[in-house]
Design a binder for this molecule. Sequence first.
Ligand code: ZN
Ligand code: ZN
Length: 343
Amino acid sequence: MKMLSAFLTDIERIEIKEVEIPEPLEGEVIIKVRSALTCGTDLKMYLRGHPKFKFPMLFGHECSGVIYKVGAGVKNFKEGDEVMFANSASCGECYYCKRGLENLCVNLFNNIFLGAYSEFAKVPAKIVQKNMFMKPESLSFTQASFLEPVSCVMNGIENLKIRGGDSVLIIGDGAIGLMFTLVIKKLFDVYLIVAGKHAERLNLALKFGADEVVNVAEFDLDDKLKEITSGIGPNLVIECTGKPDVWEKSVDIVAKGGEVILYGGVPAGTKVKFDATKLHYDQITVKGIFHFTSKDVRKAYEFLSDNSDRLVEMISGKFKLTQLPEAFEKLANRSGIKYEIEP
Ligand SMILES: [Zn+2]
Ligand SMILES: [Zn+2]
């Protein structure tokens, strides 16, 4: 039987093709996609390709759906189950997995899911085993599709020492910055500041619980932070832009004894500079953050099950699968935060 599936065939080139519905191999499942979401990573792939994948490639990694067929040996799921899942799973056997650094697994890209922008999609065995869940009835398929990005946010939070009363600065008003806002304000009693350039997104940050927003297109961030934090600076900074100058700025503005997590990826080979005095005498901690572990996925699943009603406010519009190129043109022009794609 045939289905429609989107392929990224070159830089800024999406083709919707008719292909065979895949057959599940041992441990795999085929799902009928019910909802898919665009993501910043997809936009990056669309604009510059991906070092780990070659054109033409299946496209999209955030989705949920109904199991259409299960491969041999799948015990925990059956045909007809409504499921949600993260887009990768660690092997559990490599050097890094054994050290508990699952997100750095050397086999991560062998167990990765692509093809959310399709009528049907194949989920790799390791994901079925480790990072797939039954969708609670209380969640819509749209809400369930947020599992992967919220897992990434949970890894960021896991790596921060957040204390009650801290001031936390999120730089970047994209989807990830907004998700951090929502999750941190639900889970911690902190003073949260979001800095960005888009009035509309910053308004959403306020709705998601931010105590203060700074539009850096209008105000100087340093001046504003001095005012807000009485000259001390934010205790924690979460960088979500992937811009080298913002990486540098994040280290520059954090309070003494504070922590910075660098979340937004920058292109390979990028060099950044930090003031050594700041690192040493101010004893700050700077951490890179990548991807997630199964523990983060479980936490994201629990968060969604209890608190998912607000996330959908980030969705700027819906498109049919055949209109996918239109959605990406919009994203490339910085119009919209996330779009939902319906097969
Ligand atoms: Zn994503
Ligand atoms: Zn591994």
